[in-house]
Design a protein around this ligand. Structure first.
Ligand code: HEM
Ligand SMILES: N[C@@H](CC(=O)c1ccccc1NC=O)C(=O)O
Length: 365
């Protein structure tokens, strides 16, 4: 019982490409390609979910054990590699010509990628906000689309329901952890807000410099005025962002939380060479990489779809490519991590720290 086939389950695996009628001999090569490519994707998704769950569970702890940050990074790095792997894979699907696909496409209706439970699980586990979801262009929510065509429950629906109830999202626990970062002093609201003020002051310094440069470059007075206005708007953005004034309807506690969170991200990115900030900053960078790959995946899927079926209605009943392009643009999860890029400062303008030593490695302990 220790042979390759006993372990890898080759026979079982090769018996799963029979389509609706479980008879592979009746299927064209094109249709078997269609099935296998989907199956391979579902296997990549399975691995992605395992790693995300591991990372989520690590950040659930308070405090997060320092020694485990490297494990979180390992998991996230693997998720990035898996998505990177999954993107070019659409190339195989593109060998399907429009005409050949149409030979079996109608038999698939109403099945569609809407019913890929694992993709929905990835979105939910990462923390995609349900309010962002784009209407599918048919009755019912994305959950309804997981039901069988007679409206009955399905394994896909059960999977996604179970995922929705299975604890906090990765985003929720990651943000809780970030908001506990000690920012140039103890991990308090005061430290966070003091740092944010000093950071805004750094922006004031930068802007004077930039306006001087604009003037030196002999633009017209109108151009100078326009640029100056633009730079001032950037500072205003930085200020509103750090004070969490860009979001309406937050209660005091939620606003205070967002302030700590955002100050922490700016802090980690601004002093990333300090040894004790290096792992947290690596984690942030990997989360950005995960989201970037996921967006690229959506984009790449949409381009493959456009190539194979043009802009026709999807078998799931959506607008097809238009719908998919909207998801690539609007399904964003870690907006705060991205937004910080817009307001980071050059090293010389970053505030000097009062407690820099606390972020070094200490040989004596
Ligand atoms: C010729 C191949 C393919 C075509 C023409 C195609 C087309 C489409 C279309 C039109 C949609 C929108 C839903 C609808 O109305 O039907 C969709 C959704 C989706 N497809 Fe595909 N697809 C193909 C292959 C794949 C593959 C290989 C995967 C990998 C798992 C995949 C995963 C998904 C997912 C997850 C969605 C849901 C997207 C969302 O709601 O955000 N598709 N696909
Ligand atoms: N939505 C696709 C069909 C499709 O791709 C599909 C159909 C059944 C099972 C999985 C599918 N894959 C992903 O969307 C279409 O409109 O042609």
């Amino acid at each position: 019982m220790r042979n390759y086939w006993d372990y890898i389950k080759v026979e079982e695996l090769l018996s799963l490409q029979g389509g609706f009628d479980n008879d592979e001999s009746k299927l064209s090569n094109d249709e078997v390609v269609f099935i296998v490519v989907h199956q391979v994707y579902e296997l990549w998704f399975k691995l992605i979910l395992r790693e995300l769950e591991t990372a989520r569970d690590l950040f659930c702890q308070n405090p997060v054990p320092d020694m485990k940050l490297a494990n979180a990074a390992t998991s996230l790095r693997r998720v990035v590699a898996l998505f990177e792997q999954a993107v070019p894979h659409f190339r195989v699907m593109e060998t399907l010509t429009t005409r050949d696909y149409l030979d079996f496409r109608d038999r698939l209706i109403p099945a569609s990628g809407f019913q890929s439970a694992q993709m929905r699980e990835i979105e939910i586990l990462l923390g995609l906000d349900d309010n962002l979801r784009i209407p599918l262009g048919r009755e019912g929510s994305y959950m309804a689309a997981l039901r069988s065509s007679d409206g009955s429950a399905s394994p896909a629906l059960a999977r996604v329901e179970q995922r929705r109830e299975s604890g906090p999202s990765f985003k929720a626990v990651l943000y809780e952890w970030l908001a506990r970062t000690p920012i140039d002093g103890p991990a308090t609201q005061e430290s966070a807000e003091r740092f944010a003020r000093a950071f805004i002051a750094g922006h004031e310094k930068e802007i004077e410099n930039r306006i001087r440069l604009a003037k030196q470059n002999a633009l017209t007075p109108d151009d100078i005025a326009r640029l100056e206005q633009r730079y001032r708007a950037e500072i205003k953005f930085a200020e509103r962002f750090l004070q969490a004034e860009d979001e309406e309807g937050l209660d005091d506690e939620a606003r205070a939380f967002r302030r700590r969170l955002r100050a922490a991200i700016v802090f980690l990115e601004s002093y990333r060479e300090l040894p004790r900030l290096a792992w947290p900053r690596e984690v942030i960078d990997l989360v950005i990489a995960v989201e970037q790959q996921m967006i690229i995946w959506r984009q790449r899927h949409a381009r493959m779809v456009e190539r194979v079926i043009g802009r026709r209605t999807g078998t799931g009943g959506s607008a097809g490519v238009d719908y998919l392009d909207q998801t690539a643009l609007r399904y964003r999860i870690f907006n705060d991590l991205w937004a910080v890029r817009t307001i980071l400062l050059r090293k010389p303008s970053v505030p000097l720290l009062s407690h820099e030593d606390e972020y070094r490695f200490r040989v004596e302990d």
